[in-house]
Design a binder for this molecule. Structure first.
Ligand code: SIN
Length: 518
């Protein structure tokens, strides 16, 4: 059986970056990703392909600097980011842009030929580069996937990974749903986020936190799971569930306004940056506007955005498909589950606390996002950390995985029908949470009835457990029963321990120093 230097789980921006960089470094690599249900020759959709805004990277000499990007990121993160992580990852932002451009992504350019840059919530300046107008993720994914597909050195396997294979506490490959063992010297989890734990989301249905479950069952620590970011503007269509169209924040960067049906501003007086306040602030304002008026949605007024249809083709086409013309009409929007700021705890070399197990992209918690991610920092982070995961793996090539499937942890708990889990998360773990609603969600998640969803139930249980632990409001975690502001430094971590695989909690400081068991 072939032994890879690296097996990458997931085919979004972090995973594809890792695969491409691995062969550049001379490593043998396989990418394992679930097959698309309609076309088994390509991987299933990832959140990357639906990203619209772009990649945030400071442009030296154009009124921007690393310090300014760091400052905006720290402010958005509500006092909870790890300064060392923020500086280190954002410093590599321009190189990340060069990496994807070098692998075929044609960024949009301004009339002088420079990279065109837009603004989104929380950014003081225009520093977000984009492609295809508002189709950055689709273009990025297509470019990286094409580069991977045409590189004969990269093996792509269409399979669902069930377990990380372990020997003596070290990851030595993965085991797929058919029980096939893929041995590797290092494993990179690049499985994306968990927005599809909610009834409506901007994410594809596969985003149910599978990497968090794999990591927990491999014995790794996860952190900051309570920080789930709700995007303020997801297209509202009555009765719609599943993946709903994102209405990019870049529209507000180009002048669109969030309004009530009568045109009154929703963000006026809420934050000095108004419609360009950090995302947690705008999402909360939209949510409270709906609660106070009883309206099922609020509206985005994009009618004054110059050249709307050309600059924002994804939004224009998607909204027009519902019979609304954003050039002439208000766009009905609601907040929707969008991005997980927490995840598998890693250091700045993408290492988890399980030897041989690395994580990059949305699945990982590096400390960059704190309690609320700054818009468009995520694609940048995924590229930076995908590259670093490979650098780390390349220093660890002496391991010899076993020839046969080693022991894997099969102690999955009970599952619950996916629809029940999603309803529980939507009712109890939305923008506003309180202890009673969270406890009710936990009871529903644990109600049982489906063996197939054990991993989804585990991840939902972990998110709700973390949300119960943080009794203050911070960033995108808002408790309507909050106690006075707590300790921004306290980071809640979870692990699966004991014979029964119980979730156990601890705290650490946000720069990784262990503090206490909870
Ligand atoms: C958006 O385009 O509004 C989303 C960007 C992001 O989530 O970073």
């Amino acid at each position: 059986m072939d032994v890879d230097d690296l097996v990458v789980v997931g085919a979004g921006v972090a995973g594809l970056t890792a695969a491409l960089h691995a062969v550049e470094r001379g490593l043998s690599v396989s990418v394992v990703a679930a097959a698309d249900a309609r076309d088994g020759s390509v991987p299933a959709a990832t959140s990357t392909a639906y990203a619209q805004g772009g990649m945030a990277a400071f442009a030296p000499g154009r009124g921007d600097s690393l310090d300014a990007h760091v400052a905006d990121t720290l402010t958005a993160a509500a006092g909870h980011a790890d300064l060392a992580a923020v500086r280190s990852i954002l410093a590599d932002g321009p190189a990340a842009v060069d990496f994807v451009a070098g692998h075929g992504l044609a960024f949009d350019r301004d009339p002088s030929g420079d990279l065109a840059r837009t603004r989104e919530g929380g950014h003081a300046v225009r520093r977000i580069v984009h492609a295809g107008g508002d189709a950055t993720g689709a273009h990025l994914h297509a470019a990286l996937w094409s580069a991977v597909r045409h590189d004969p050195r990269i093996r792509v396997r269409r399979a669902v990974v069930r377990d990380v294979a372990m020997v003596d506490g070290r990851a030595v490959g993965v085991v797929d749903a058919d029980g096939q063992f893929l041995p590797a010297r290092s494993v990179v989890l690049a499985t994306g986020g968990l927005g599809a734990l909610w009834t409506s989301t901007t994410n594809p249905p596969s985003s149910v936190g599978s990497g968090v479950a794999l990591a927990l069952r491999a014995g790794a620590t996860v952190a900051d799971l309570e920080f789930v970011q709700f995007h303020p503007t997801m297209l509202f269509t009555p009765g719609a569930g599943g993946r709903c169209l994102l209405i990019t924040e870049a529209l507000r960067g180009e002048g669109a306004r969030l309004v009530h049906a009568d045109g009154a501003s929703i963000t006026a007086g809420v934050h000095p940056l108004g419609d360009l306040a950090p995302r947690d602030v705008v999402a909360s304002a939209a949510h409270h506007a709906m609660v106070s008026t009883g309206a099922p949605c609020v509206f985005l007024d994009a009618r004054d955005v110059p050249d709307l249809a050309r600059r924002f083709p994804t939004v224009t086409t998607g909204v027009r498909a519902t019979g609304i013309d954003p050039v002439r009409d208000l766009i009905p929007v609601v907040p929707g589950a969008h991005y997980h700021c927490g995840g598998v705890l890693t250091d700045l070399r993408a290492r988890t606390d399980v030897p041989g197990l690395l994580a990059a992209g949305e699945v990982a918690r590096t400390g960059l996002h704190g309690a609320n991610r700054l818009a468009s920092n995520s694609l940048t982070e995924a590229v930076v950390m995908g590259v670093r995961a490979v650098e780390t793996a390349s220093e660890d090539l002496s391991v010899t995985p076993p020839a046969a499937v080693p022991q894997v942890r099969h102690d999955r708990g009970p599952g619950t029908p996916a629809a029940v889990i999603r309803a529980a998360m939507t009712a109890g773990a939305g923008i506003d949470r309180d202890a009673v609603a969270l406890e009710n969600a936990l009871a529903a998640i644990d109600s049982g009835g489906s063996a197939d969803t054990a991993d989804m139930a585990l991840v939902a249980r972990a998110v709700v457990t973390a949300a119960l632990l943080r009794t203050e409001s911070r960033g995108c975690h808002r408790r309507s029963d909050a106690v006075a502001s707590g300790d921004a430094d306290a980071t809640f971590t979870l692990r699966l321990d004991g014979a029964g695989g119980e979730l156990t909690a601890s705290t650490m400081s946000r720069d990784h120093a262990p503090v206490a068991a909870v």
